[in-house]
Design a protein around this ligand. Structure first.
Ligand code: NAD
Ligand code: TYD
Length: 340
């Protein structure tokens, strides 16, 4: 089948593209990505060598471009990863979050309706459920947990989810939605906690921990997330929401200390800084539905995954140094020049 992956030059989208190209030899993949600050073409270097893969630079909110692409390519499946994804940035500038995350979703779904796409999959987040209290470890997010958002980022993702469900009910668009917990792994942009701490610790820089560092996140190795999405688009039931998570809850301080231990760096690098406004306390996914209905199980424990991830950042210094220096933003011109 032919799959459109939007946002595929980013962290999870790129891992998903590699997953599909490796595991489904007959599938063709087109990536549509605007190459915002969060997208790097160097991330897709190996995919660009594969004939069944094509990269298109463009914005998901650009109706004309999206319409032309859908008309030409006749996609079977659309997987929408494209989003503004960083909570801290959403607090500083909500505007682009609403545009990309909500209006971009609408543009993609309108094209999916018009060109009879067989499945539109929305990659959502557990952050749409808000947060859980630290003193109730018995509570988890299920698919029935009410939407209750905290940040402009999570509010924009929740709005998109509601729109996806409305397009299913009103127009019969064949949709699925997945809501995953925090991911980590290769190609994670070094503004997010885990790659930020690894890249800073390697340079012996201070490590900013918000507030007291007691906030809990439920970490999932990115390949496990990609496998889950792959299953949902092939075997998931139209109209359904699937939570994805692997019961790997850690406080931020535990995560930072684990990384420091692995890198043999001192804990004195930790610096407690001003807390994030509206900071969610705890995320924790109950993945019982996807496990029961699609037999999905995560393969990588946090202890294994964090070792693999640290090794990846050590072996791919050029990737994140290129990003930190800003050089990566010239990759597209270098590769394509004024071809498009
Ligand atoms: P990311 O920020 O690493 O990548 C986003 C990609 O989207 C980038 O390549 C960027 O260039 C592209 N993009 C942004 N705006 C665009 C636009 N208007 N048009 C086309 N492309 C655009 O994000 P990520 O961490 O890979 O997250 C991918 C998706 O997964 C997002 O929808 C996010 O909400 C969701 N998600 C992320 C996590 C996580 O832990 N990172 C967890 C659950 C869900
Ligand atoms: P982040 O990676 O931004 O993901 P999210 O906010 O979507 O869960 O942050 C993960 C946790 O780490 C969150 O509780 C905020 C905290 N954090 C820090 O303490 N310091 C930092 O520099 C960053 C980026 C995050």
């Amino acid at each position: 089948m032919k799959i459109l992956v939007t946002g595929g030059a980013g962290f999870i989208g790129s891992n998903f593209i590699y997953h599909v190209l490796e595991n489904h030899q007959n599938d063709e993949v087109v990536c549509l990505d605007a190459l915002t600050y969060a997208g790097s073409l160097s991330t897709l270097q190996k995919a660009l060598e594969v004939e069944r893969f094509r990269f298109v630079k463009g914005d998901i909110t650009d109706m004309e471009l999206v319409d032309k692409l859908f008309r030409e390519e006749k996609f079977d499946v659309v997987v929408n990863f494209a989003a503004e994804s960083h909570v801290d940035r959403s607090i500083l500038n909500p505007d682009v979050f609403l545009k990309t995350n909500i209006l971009g979703t609408q543009v993609l779904m309108d094209a999916s309706r018009k060109y009879d796409v067989k499945r539109y999959h929305q990659v959502s987040t557990d952050e749409v459920y808000g947060d859980l209290p630290l003193d109730r470890p018995d509570l988890f997010f299920t698919e029935e947990t009410p939407i209750h958002t905290s940040s402009p980022y999570s509010a924009s993702k929740a709005a998109a989810d509601l729109l996806v469900q409305a397009y299913h009910r009103t127009y019969g668009l064949p949709v699925t939605i997945s809501r995953c917990s925090n991911n980590y792994g290769p190609y994670h942009f070094p503004e997010k906690l885990i790659p930020l701490i690894i890249s800073k610790a390697l340079r012996d820089e201070k490590l900013p921990v918000y507030g007291t560092g007691e906030n809990v996140r439920d970490w999932l190795y990115v390949e496990d997330h990609c496998e889950a999405i792959d299953l949902i688009i092939r075997k998931g039931k139209v109209g359904e929401v699937y939570n994805i998570g692997g019961h790997n809850e850690k406080t931020n301080l535990e995560v930072v200390k684990t990384i420091l231990k692995e890198l043999d760096k001192p804990e004195s690098l930790i610096e407690f800084v001003k807390d994030r406004a509206g900071h969610d306390m705890r995320y924790a996914i109950d993945p019982a539905k996807i496990s029961r209905e699609l037999s999905w199980e995560p393969h990588t424990t946090f202890e294994e995954g964090i070792k693999i991830t640290i090794k990846w950042y050590l072996d791919h210094k050029y990737w994140w140094e290129n990003i930190l220096s800003g050089e990566y933003q010239k990759d597209y011109e270098r590769l394509y020049g004024d071809k498009y």
